[in-house]
Design a protein around this ligand. Structure first.
Ligand SMILES: C=C(O[C@@H]1C=C(C(=O)O)C=C[C@H]1O)C(=O)O
Length: 180
C-alpha cells in the first residue's frame, strides 16, 4: 500500500472507476434487488454484515493523499488542484468481494476531529459516520455502470456526507458477486 503521505503520483489510478462520471452511469431508475441496495438508507456496512453468514471485513486497496478527479473536486467544491485524502476499499463478505468504495475527503474535513478519518484502518468508514450524529448524508446519485468485463461493478451509488461546512464524497460500486 502506498505510504500515507505520498504525492498524487503514489496513488495509482483506480482500475474500476476513478470517479462517478467515469463509471458512465445510465438509467438511474434501477429496480429489484439491485435497486434495493442502491437506495438503502443507513449504513451499507451494517447491511452487508447482516447479509454475511461467516465473516465481513474491509480490505484497504489504497489510501493516501492524492488529487481527486476534476469531477470529484467540483462535486466537493474544492480547488481542482488540491490534494485530498482518498480511500479505496473492498467490502468483503464471506471472503467474497461485494462492494468497491472510493471516498474522497477534502483537507479541510481532516482538520480537528476529522483527523480520525485518516486513521480508520480496517474500521468501516460507516461506523464512524453513523455513530456521529453531526454527520448527515445528502441525496444519492445512482445508476447502472457501463461494464467492459463481467467482473466489473453492475451498479453504483454516490452521496456526500456533511458535518457543518465540511463534507466528504463516498462512491460505492456493487459487484456482481453480491447478487450471485
Ligand atoms: C459510508 C459507509 O461506509 C462504508 C465503508 C467504507 C470504508 O470503510 O471506506 C466506504 C464506503 C461505505 O460502503 C457505510 O457503511 O454506509
Amino acid at each position: 500500500m502506498p505510504s500515507r503521505d505520498c504525492n498524487p503520483a503514489c496513488i495509482p489510478r483506480t482500475d474500476w472507476y476513478r470517479s462517478f462520471a467515469a463509471a458512465a452511469l445510465r438509467s438511474p431508475a434501477v429496480h429489484g434487488k439491485l435497486g434495493k441496495w442502491l437506495k438503502l438508507e443507513g449504513s451499507l456496512t451494517r447491511a452487508l454484515q447482516l447479509q454475511c453468514r461467516e465473516s465481513f471485513h474491509v480490505d484497504i486497496l489504497q489510501e493516501g493523499f492524492a488529487r481527486p478527479s476534476l469531477e470529484e473536486a467540483r462535486t466537493l467544491g474544492i480547488p481542482i488542484r488540491q490534494n485530498a485524502w482518498i480511500r479505496e476499499v473492498c467490502l468483503t463478505g464471506d471472503n467474497t468481494p461485494w462492494v468497491l468504495a472510493r471516498t474522497v475527503i477534502p483537507l479541510s474535513t481532516l482538520a480537528g476531529r476529522g483527523r480520525r478519518l485518516r486513521n480508520l484502518g480496517r474500521r468501516p468508514l460507516g461506523a464512524y459516520l453513523f455513530s456521529n450524529p453531526e454527520w448527515q448524508r445528502g441525496p444519492f446519485e445512482t445508476g447502472l455502470c457501463h461494464r467492459s468485463s463481467s467482473h466489473q461493478p453492475l451498479a453504483a451509488r454516490r452521496s456526500r456526507f456533511f458535518s457543518g461546512h465540511h463534507g466528504l464524497l463516498v462512491g460505492e460500486y456493487f459487484l456482481p458477486t453480491l447478487f450471485s
